[in-house]
Design a protein around this ligand. Structure first.
Ligand SMILES: Cc1cc2nc3c(=O)[nH]c(=O)nc-3n(C[C@H](O)[C@H](O)[C@H](O)COP(=O)(O)OP(=O)(O)OC[C@H]3O[C@@H](n4cnc5c(N)ncnc54)[C@H](O)[C@@H]3O)c2cc1C
Length: 401
């Protein structure tokens, strides 16, 4: 009898090819109407098993239950701080983490690195963390890849969390990928949805794939912790409640973990990025239709009247009309303002990925068939150079500015 970890029954396989389509690793082919699994390509991810409507594919029980994860407990949130200020994505993760922890029957914990952070630890408790693992060291005052990754990896190995969530920010993406390598865990980047599988209790991590054309749900059933970075502004922030109580667990660490080959000399904020578009309530986006960098001035004027920021499509950024930090979309920032005004932006799927959850979208485009109109709350077919200055003038009057 074959001892293969995964098998296809030649009695029940009907040659429908559903498993071929379900296999993300192209490990299944058809041979005379029978599915054949190439074990040199197969990663035993198990995607083909539920895809088969005829129960023709079976995985050996011992393969499915190879690892014992019973020691892995709790949902951890990496509390990102900048100059001692907890970043709002942390509160969003605590809000979503609460639901996940409740679904798992586990505790919600935060992990905080910095110097003199006791008050911030209490803030995390007020936002729902039942435990805060605090590492308080002067070397951790500011984020640096190497010591942050080394300390978090050490705490992960010491306490064995079941889930570790991080903001999909520059800091989060940078540090957690190192932690995933150091701890041998799976990591899903840039998630927009999280849930617990009611049967397996695995974390279901949903993110856009193939240029935003499909949503993929990813699991890490063979490793722990299950790690995900989550996009800013996707989840609602956990509300603070000062009546909440929790434990702050000060963690001793080996000083060797604090070594870094880089040193922070100073911090120079980007000059033309005074308004953080990821946090702004009003965002004015400019695209290729703006025609030149000088023409962005009319967008800055409108943004100033509204008290908002200016964003851009990748086409405008690639043309060097505006800095990358303003780019919105799949490879830029995600924004979720009260009003997003898209000026001369066609509305390709990669741009929509970063702004379609705005409360109100106003699109100004001279092409009535531009795809941006399909997501717009209000669509204005016309020339941005006529409409934007008029809009700014009217708003100046109405707002008394
Ligand atoms: C892997 C990948 C990742 C990507 N990531 C991103 C991303 O993060 N963000 C992003 O934005 N794009 C991204 N893109 C690029 C994306 O596919 C589009 O090419 C880009 O968004 C187009 O920018 P645009 O709408 O400014 O330009 P265009 O598509 O050229 O549209 C310009 C629009 O301006 C209108 N227009 C012209 N003149 C005027 C005028 N005077 N008044 C009014 N309207 C006018 C036109 O009718 C047109 O609709 C990515 C692409 C790939 C392949």
């Amino acid at each position: 009898m074959s001892d293969d970890p995964i098998k296809v029954s030649d009695e029940t396989c009907v040659g429908c090819q559903l498993c071929v389509k379900a296999c993300p690793f192209n490990a299944i082919s058809m041979d005379d109407k029978l599915a054949v699994i190439d074990l040199t390509q197969c990663t035993l991810c198990g995607a083909c098993v539920p895809a088969c409507k005829f129960d023709a594919i079976t995985m050996r029980e011992s393969t499915k239950a190879a690892a014992d994860f019973s020691a892995y407990k709790d949902v951890w949130v990496f509390a990102e701080q900048d100059d001692g200020v907890i970043q709002s994505v942390t509160y969003e993760l605590l809000g979503e983490g609460r639901q996940l922890a409740d679904d798992l029957g586990m505790q919600l914990c935060a992990i905080l690195l910095g110097s003199g952070m006791e008050a911030q630890a209490q803030d995390l408790i007020a936002r729902g963390a039942e435990k805060v693992y605090l590492v308080d060291q002067p070397e951790l005052t500011y984020f640096q890849d190497e010591p942050y990754a080394a300390v978090i990896s050490e705490l992960v190995l010491r306490h064995q969390p079941n889930v570790l969530l991080c903001g999909a920010t520059t800091v989060g993406r940078s540090v957690v990928s190192r932690v995933a390598i150091a701890t041998g865990a799976g990591l899903t980047a840039d998630c927009t949805g999280l849930a617990i599988d009611p049967d397996t209790k695995d974390l279901l991590q949903t993110r856009p794939a193939f240029g935003g054309n499909i949503m993929a749900t990813i699991q890490s059933p063979h490793t722990r912790p299950q790690m995900a970075t989550v996009r800013h502004k996707v989840f609602k922030e956990a509300e603070p409640d000062s009546a909440r109580t929790g434990e702050v667990l000060l963690q001793e660490i080996d000083k060797a973990l604090l070594a870094s080959r880089t040193k922070r000399l100073s911090f120079v904020p980007e000059e033309d990025n005074i308004v953080n578009i990821a946090e702004a309530d009003y965002v004015i986006g400019g695209g290729r239709g703006m025609g030149s960098p000088e023409h962005f001035d009319i967008l800055h004027e409108l943004a100033e009247v509204l008290g908002g920021g200016v964003s851009a499509s990748r086409a405008a950024v690639d043309a060097n009309w505006i800095a990358y930090s303003h780019q919105v979309g799949q490879t830029g920032k995600t924004v979720c303002p009260k009003i997003y005004i898209a000026c001369g932006i066609s509305g390709q799927i990669q741009h929509l990925a970063g702004m379609s959850s705005s409360d109100v979208i106003i699109a100004i485009n001279k092409d009535p068939d531009a795809p941006i109109f399909s997501v717009a709350t209000v669509g204005i077919v016309g020339d941005v150079f006529e409409i934007v200055p008029r809009l700014t003038a009217e708003l100046r009057k109405v707002l008394g500015k």
